[in-house]
Write a protein that binds this ligand. Sequence first.
Ligand code: ZN
Length: 249
Amino acid sequence: MPRAASTKTRLFFVAALSLFATFPVLTRAEGTVSDATRNAMLHVVAHEIGHAVLREFDLPILGPEEGIADDFATLYIYSLLPDRAEAIIRAHARQSMSDGQDAMMFGEHPSDDQRAGRAICILYGQNPDQFAKLASDFGLDGEEADACRDFAPEIARSWRRTLAPYLMPDSARVTEVGLRVAEDPVLQALATQAFVNDLYKLMASIDWHSRITLELDQCNGTASWARNGRRIRICSAYVQRFEAQLGSE
Ligand SMILES: [Zn+2]
């Protein structure tokens, strides 16, 4: 599998968008990671950005943080990548349903089916006409669909108002985001230039006060946000799991 560089890791995100835009196109072995995996991973990264936003800006956490971060992710994706939000939520929902974990009685996470359903519900409620097929494909109808149309815009409004002071103005120079991709075949295949551009958009749309780094790392875990070091970490094993679940569909 061809590698683009011999260094252990590479720093992709640079200080200014203009510099980023001229960063050379990376030559990678593409095709071993599907677009569905990339799409589902974008929701994962947005979820971890949600944790980072809550913690970095000391926002009130008035409910289960995992659920708050999930809703943030869905709405943030819809806000920044509106044309691709449906594909991203479909991939996220399929991956969650494939995981299929039940909720624990005292756990912070809802069941994986509920997490999938929630993302579909929240996106559908933003524009019921646009996302009618998404809803029907996953069996969201009747009173449940009515409820999504009712409360999903309220959650979007709450996030709009909460997030407004922390959004990066288009004209501002981005200095506080970084990305490192480990020299790992799966991660290298994942991180196409288009995917790196998407990650940059998600990371750089918040006006962070200190540097936040996204690390695609060679490890056996899943995904996490570490306040200590201000690091979002996505493990290669997690990408492989997504690809096994979504890659053949
Ligand atoms: Zn989380």
